[in-house]
Design a protein around this ligand. Structure first.
Ligand SMILES: [Zn+2]
Length: 443
């Protein structure tokens, strides 16, 4: 169905025409058809169903390059006796404890909750990294069901790990392989797959080889999120984590390495040579007190660095704000960090999405995917095509988003979700999260 989004200022992220005041976007399910002045386009497309942006700012949908959907149920959770003093303690006490109790029903409802929050904050593409060692097989289908019903793009993977034994590790490899087949047969344009891996320090040599032999796609793995991963690899394999992954054929242009806080110069060079991407997660790194990724060193080496939220929030604007100030703080320089953050959040996240979904994301121009949002942010200083990033970083937040469109389908209009009954889902989420919390001894 042809539709026209009008009545706002279009910020395209297309350098050829960055801003259209009193603009409009004509689109259908396949792509954006036209961008221009509202009066002109409404006259040219009288058959297009109108959507009023109500004076807001029309932007391409945001992208989140690293998320953990299942972390939704940790909100407000306090597990008795869980008082970690380091990052491995956080994993053992909180995340591995949660995922060992996560059923398929819980996974599905956590996906609805997280993806609804993504839609509400204008995120139309999510790269998720999933673990549910209680019920592995079919767990990615539960997330895929929520993504396709809600209408957002989701690149999914299951976190391979030997931490619960060899049999669970084998099942986790096969879940990735199974879901790759599902994606090959899916024509919604909303689903994509990577082969998930937890981190070097919980994956044996045998499991790494088994995973390599059972996938045709790239990998999505945590790399040196904390110093422990680096030290474990050095002690057990006498090499860096990047060297170990390289030895197993894990690196490459389809692979995403999360974090990469502790790398050597030669690690960064090897990532660049192989075209492997890195995703920075600033709030998560600060929250887990693991150190700070040297984003500028990665970029200087020629590595594509994207931006994620790592389960900390579904609002990528929070990561944008944090990344900007964290890079400044780390480098003790008040004039850097902004350009790098914009490159990560917009150019590079779009590159990662283009690679997985095989189309043009993150820009408003004819032929690109019709992933569009409207923000009711009202600028009180001059807004131009050149300073939109400053308004986004210092003025806007996810709650400004009123309307979210993905693949030409309206998912939220004037802050009302159009594809699901949100109250019913919220009730089911509370039911499933209560079950999880009881299993963890927290209720
Ligand atoms: Zn992560």
């Amino acid at each position: 169905m042809k539709q026209i989004l009008y009545g706002g200022t279009v910020m395209t992220r297309d350098p050829a025409c960055p801003m259209v005041a009193d603009g409009a976007v004509v689109f259908d399910e396949t792509a954006i058809l036209a961008v221009g002045k509202a009066d002109t386009l409404r006259a040219q497309h009288p058959d297009a169903a109108p959507i009023d942006a109500r004076g807001g700012i029309i932007l391409p949908g945001f992208l989140n390059a690293h998320h953990h959907i299942y972390s939704a149920f940790a909100r407000g959770l306090s597990i008795p006796g869980n008082n970690p003093v380091d990052f491995v303690g956080v994993l053992e006490g909180t995340w591995w404890n949660i995922d060992r109790h996560l059923t398929r029903d819980m996974t599905r409802m956590s996906a609805y909750m997280t993806l609804i929050e993504s839609i509400r904050s204008g995120v139309t593409t999510v790269f998720d990294h999933h673990a549910s060692f209680c019920e592995i097989e079919g767990s990615l289908d539960e997330i895929a069901q929520a993504a396709t019903e809600l209408g957002v793009r989701a690149c999914l993977c299951y976190e391979i790990s030997d931490r619960d034994g060899a049999e669970k590790a084998r099942q986790s490899v096969l879940e990735n392989e199974r879901f790759e087949r599902v994606c090959r047969e899916d024509h919604s344009g909303l689903l994509a797959a990577l082969c998930g891996m937890h981190a070097s320090f919980t994956i044996s040599e045998e499991t790494m080889d088994f995973a390599r032999a059972h996938t045709d796609t790239g990998f999505h793995i945590h790399v040196c999120e904390g110093a422990y991963d680096r030290d474990h690899c050095s002690a057990h394999y006498h090499e860096t984590v990047i060297e170990r992954l390289d030895r197993h054929g894990i690196l490459g242009p389809d692979t995403i390495c999360g974090h990469c806080v502790y790398l050597t110069d030669s690690d960064r060079a090897r990532l660049a040579e192989t075209g492997t991407a890195v995703v920075h997660n600033p709030q998560s790194n600060m929250g887990n007190a693991v150190g700070v990724t040297d984003v500028r060193a990665l970029m200087r080496a020629g590595v594509t660095v994207g931006l994620g939220t790592d389960g900390f929030t579904s609002d990528i604007l929070e990561s944008i704000k944090t990344s900007n100030v964290l890079i400044r703080h780390m480098n003790q320089h008040p004039s850097i960090g902004f350009a790098e953050t914009m490159e990560m959040a917009f150019e590079n996240n779009a590159k990662l999405a283009d690679r997985r979904f095989g189309d043009t994301c993150g820009v408003i121009r004819p032929g690109a995917r019709a992933d569009l949002i409207v923000s009711d942010y009202r600028p009180m200083t001059p807004l131009t095509g050149d300073n939109i990033n400053g308004h986004i970083t210092f003025g806007m937040n996810g709650r400004n988003v009123t309307t979210t469109i993905c693949g030409g389908r309206v998912l939220m209009r004037d802050r009302v979700l159009t594809t699901v009954d949100e109250e019913k889902i919220a009730y089911e989420c509370r039911t499933q999260s209560e079950k999880l919390w009881r299993a963890l001894g927290a209720l």
